[in-house]
Design a protein around this ligand. Structure first.
Ligand code: DGJ
Length: 698
């Protein structure tokens, strides 16, 4: 880790990569290099060039670090402002820089300024010891005495080196099928991944992955993931000269921000890197998130095995019913019992009750006390479901404060799942939400909150704001603020981010919440796909993965298969334990105990996606650390014959070390080189066949 300035050239070095930039003679901040390390003295400023012609301008062509709209720049801008005198362009010139180093983190700040309007822009680049990830962000400060309107502000702009088209990987998901990987070649024009919904959502992810010839073990990959839970925009453009650029940040749709005199605006961060394979990218991001992004309290602790009541009881919760489930959950080894939706207000189904965060006295005549006592006496922690940002029109809260939901006066607010979004930009709403949650956490000693959000924004009127176009931004900031305040007041509280499944599975949520519910779809075959996509950029330990019953959404498969899929993340149980036979409960007991033995390796080890799931219909994933190696092989093709004999080559082992099989195969000791070069053969004769093999390292 190192940041230097040499003859006006800034060189940012991570463990294995370099990022180089420099102001040019005209004060424009030029991008010079991003990728493998070269000798520092090699770098020079890009040569001066005149205008290519009157239609294609030098500003369009040059590699810049952060270009605003203005003058003769017509390409995708990173910034667009309007000054109070009507000038709608910014011209930024390099002013100065600062390099600081503290606690294993080095930070370069490059200061740019629009002199005519006293607007300063700081580009931030932070690196941490032992990682190949750079954190980038932007600060804009209004040093004048007039307002400035920000119409677009990205967190970073990137210029990529090769003129060959890059392959963009993102997702083509939906509710229930999040993280379905999709590749698009960026040949010409602009590829945009964007949401206007106010929340990050199920379709794409706020990230870019641009690769050439990339496999799990080779190639070149440039990537960046935005830490933002609201509307975002990722623009990847390849211009007429073959240069590919990416601009990533807040969505500018129905957005603007009034920057008052002396005010500073800070963008969300984007965490970016260059890697020599998809596998390397994933491992970098996985370890980096644990070390630097997740809320600190639980970042390095393995997550508990959780039981969640949703699929067992849906809204039909009661003291006695939940106590019965809790006893079974504790008996099979669960460590945390979470009561999901249905416990509050007049909640019978999804038509009523959201916003009324008092305990339903018909379902829980003595409050939650008896249930919480039972759970804690059984040695488990207690968790509770909330949907803090929402309100049902059929609720006491809405009847008292209809104006607390986002709305436009002359329109009927549109309901989705019979609910509306609360205007969290109102201080009194934030206070109400915080107080409701805080008082229940305090009263019952709640250890865990599942924070759900089951619809996007609509009718985003917020006339309380000077500029209602700030409401989506301010709403997400309020979500973070409430979560942070709860954690500050209850330092041992864990919070899970959920939004109809995986609608909030990104690094913004993971900067404030401890884990993520990745999808409502618990079908194990679909789940393999979802988990595979998620694992590209997001931390394994935060991926809650439930084992549930076979139901109308989940195809039949045996318990081994279900556990072998869910043990690849943070194992959780979600079925109706009251219906299980003793034999089924014993299977659960066995796997939960086994998971506790391997969870350190799964949640914190290096991991490898070993099989070509698209061609082979096999997902083979290895997790390895200095003690254990865990291998899951799951067949996802519905055929007895396809891939009957499948060979898996392990990865990342020490070639001369001995690995002793302790589970899943005949006990035998293998050398690392054998496992990596000769591999293991699996006879996958069933349709949904799965294997788990555990090795202890000698
Ligand atoms: C959506 C979540 O994803 C589910 O797990 C469950 O909590 C329901 N909401 C409850 O309404």
């Amino acid at each position: 880790m190192n940041i230097t300035e040499n003859n006006g050239i800034f060189i940012i070095e991570t463990e294995n990569t370099q990022y180089v930039l420099s102001p040019d003679e005209a004060g424009r901040l030029r991008h010079i290099h991003w990728g493998k390390k070269c000798k520092r003295e090699s770098f020079v400023l890009p040569a001066k060039r005149g205008e290519p012609n009157s239609n294609h301008t030098s500003l369009d062509e040059m590699g810049t670090e952060f270009i605003p709209y203005g003058s003769t720049c017509y390409r995708v801008p990173a910034l667009k402002v309007e000054y109070s005198d009507g000038c709608r362009e910014a011209l930024l010139k390099y002013k100065d820089y600062k390099i600081t180093e503290k606690d294993g983190k080095a930070l370069l700040e490059v200061f740019l300024e629009d002199e005519a309007y006293s607007l300063s822009v700081t580009l931030g680049y932070a690196v941490r010891e032992n990682f190949d990830i750079i954190e980038r962000f932007v600060k804009v400060k209004n040093n004048s005495d007039k307002n400035v309107l920000i119409e677009k502000i990205a967190s970073a702009e990137f210029t990529l080196p090769s003129k060959r088209p890059y392959l963009s990987t993102n997702f083509n998901g939906a509710w229930g099928s999040e993280f379905r990987r999709e590749e698009t070649e960026v040949k010409n024009g602009t590829l945009i991944y964007e949401t206007h919904k106010g929340t990050s959502e199920h379709t794409y992810s706020p990230c870019f992955i641009l690769s050439q010839d990339a496999t799990e073990k080779s190639g070149e990959v440039y990537f960046g993931a935005l830490a933002w839970t609201g509307s975002y925009k990722v623009e990847i453009n390849r211009d007429y000269s073959g240069v590919t650029r990416a601009v990533i940040g807040l969505s500018d749709f129905d957005f603007s921000y009034i920057l008052h005199a002396d005010e500073e605006f800070v963008t969300p961060s984007v965490y970016c890197g260059y890697a020599c394979s998809l596998g390397q990218m994933s491992n970098e991001m996985n370890a980096f998130a644990v070390e630097n992004i997740l809320p600190r309290r639980y970042a390095k602790e393995p997550l508990p095995v959780l039981y969640n009541s949703w699929e067992a009881t849906f809204f039909d919760v009661s003291t006695e019913g939940q106590q019965l489930l809790a006893k079974k959950a504790a008996d099979i080894g669960c460590e945390l019992f979470v009561m999901d939706d249905g416990w509050f207000g007049q909640r019978k189904d999804d038509h009523a009750g959201l916003g009324d965060w008092y305990v339903n006295d018909v379902k829980f005549p003595e409050g939650l006390g008896p249930l919480v006592d039972t759970v804690k006496k059984l040695g488990m922690k207690f968790g509770l479901w909330f949907e803090p940002e929402m309100v049902n029109p059929d609720s006491d809260l809405y009847r008292t404060h209809p104006e607390w939901a986002y709305h436009f006066d002359k329109r009927t607010p549109s309901e989705l799942r019979n609910q509306l979004v609360l205007n969290l930009t109102l201080p009194e709403v934030r206070e109400y939400v915080f107080n409701c949650m805080d008082s229940l956490v305090t009263k019952y000693g709640i250890d865990y909150i599942k924070w759900d959000a089951n619809r996007p924004f609509s009718e985003s009127g917020a006339e309380n704001l000077e500029n209602p176009r700030e409401c989506r931004l301010r709403h997400i900031r309020a979500v973070y603020e409430i979560a942070d305040l709860l954690k500050e007041k209850h330092p041992d509280l864990q919070i899970e981010a959920c939004a109809s499944g995986g609608g909030r599975a990104e690094l913004g949520a993971l900067s404030h919440f401890d884990m993520i519910w990745t999808s409502d779809n618990t079908d194990p075959v679909d789940r393999l796909d979802i988990q595979n996509g998620y694992s590209l950029l997001y931390p394994i330990k935060c991926m809650r993965a439930w084992v549930t019953d076979t139901n109308r959404h989940s195809r039949p498969s045996d318990w081994d298969y279900r556990f072998n899929v869910s043990m690849q993340g943070s194992l959780s149980i979600g079925g109706n334990l009251l219906k299980y036979t003793d034999e089924e409960l014993e299977i659960h007991r066995k796997y939960i105990a086994l998971y506790k033995e391997i969870r350190n390796t799964v949640q914190f080890g290096r991991f490898y996606r070993l099989a070509d799931f698209r061609n082979d219909g096999i997902y083979a994933t290895e997790y390895t650390d200095e003690n254990k190696t865990v291998l899951f092989v799951c067949k996802s093709v519905n055929s007895f014959f396809a891939k009957r004999n499948y060979r898996v080559f392990l990865d990342g082992l020490e070639k001369d070390a001995e690995y002793k099989v302790t589970y899943g195969m005949d006990e035998r000791v293998y050398f690392g080189d054998y496992l990596m070069n000769v591999g293991l053969n699996f006879d996958m004769g069933g349709t949904l066949e799965s294997e788990l093999v555990i090795f202890e390292k000698a």
